[in-house]
Design a protein around this ligand. Structure first.
Ligand code: PAF
Length: 282
């Protein structure tokens, strides 16, 4: 049985009945197979699973898609039921921010200003603030985040470590369509030709990984990935394509690394990333 609650009071009552380990999966709704995988991962590790569904206005810029972001609570509940969630918390904006937008926010530090943060100023302040609030409201033992939003996962881990939040942050691998496209709630904005152009992101990552497997260094990996974008990405406008250390720390990369890409396809901004293993430079 999956219970749906909207208010903080109902959440507090339902939460107090959960006596064993609690796992939480935070979402903005429009749930797809990627979210289902997160919920199932939580189901495997925790005795009770809470899913939050909240389109957080704090993490949308003035020209972003807050108004058109899909809101599909009925079908989201069905996904939660199928995947075995016990409790769904779907607050309104007023339930979440009763005093209006919070004046005090979590500062993500320098990593919050890079990559996604460069293109979306204030984005990670909004994300980490709502994540912190949802952690306080749901009080989980474990929380599950998709690797698809790799910078978000890294920053949530960092926040919990730096601010001593007593929760285990679990990263869950990205779920992809058979042709490689990473699942995203924003894929539903794509027209048929845009969907084809969107494949450039995963293809670039694959080309980079292949160059690394062939013994290429960071420069060769980046060149291979950029070449896909240059040659095939008609309809996709590259925002960034970078190779970093797995914790997104600045500095030269060597051994295990992460490649991250962001691009515009029409009016839709997509991101993707993948692990890359570089031959260590001795
Ligand atoms: O990844 C998302 O859907 C959102 O950024 C999150 C973590 C639910 C916070 O609003």
């Amino acid at each position: 049985m999956t219970e749906l609650v909207h208010s903080r009071a109902d959440l507090a009552r339902a939460r107090s009945a959960l006596t064993r380990t609690v796992g939480v999966v935070m979402t903005m709704g429009a749930l797809h197979a990627g979210h289902e995988t997160l919920i199932r991962a939580a189901r495997d590790r925790a005795d009770h699973v809470i899913v939050t569904v909240f389109v957080n206005p704090l993490q949308f810029g003035p020209n972003e898609d807050f108004d058109r972001y899909p809101r599909t609570l009925e079908s989201d509940l069905e996904v939660c039921r199928q995947a075995g969630a016990d409790l769904v918390f779907a607050p309104s904006v007023t339930d979440m921010y009763p005093g209006g937008q919070p004046a005090v926010r979590v500062n993500p530090g320098p990593l919050g200003e890079d990559l996604e943060g460069l293109s979306r100023p204030g984005f990670f302040h909004g994300v980490l603030t709502v994540v912190m609030k949802l952690l306080q409201l749901t009080r989980p033992d474990l929380t599950f985040f998709g690797e698809k939003d790799y910078q978000q996962l890294t920053l949530v881990r960092r926040m919990c470590r730096d601010l001593d939040v007593p929760v285990e942050v679990v990263g869950v691998p990205t779920v992809r369509e058979p042709d490689g496209l990473a699942l995203s709630s924003r894929n539903r904005y794509l027209s048929v030709p845009e969907r084809a152009a969107a494949l450039s992101l995963s293809r670039a990552l694959r080309a980079g990984a292949a160059a690394a497997e062939a013994g290429g260094d960071a420069g060769a990996v980046l060149t291979a990935a950029h070449a896909v974008f240059g040659a095939e990405a008609a309809g996709a406008r590259l925002d960034y394509l970078v190779l970093t250390d797995p914790d997104l720390a600045p500095g030269p990369v060597d051994g295990p690394a992460r490649m991250l890409v962001a691009a515009w396809v029409g009016d839709t901004r997509l991101i993707d990333n993948a692990p890359v293993r570089l031959a260590p430079t001795s």
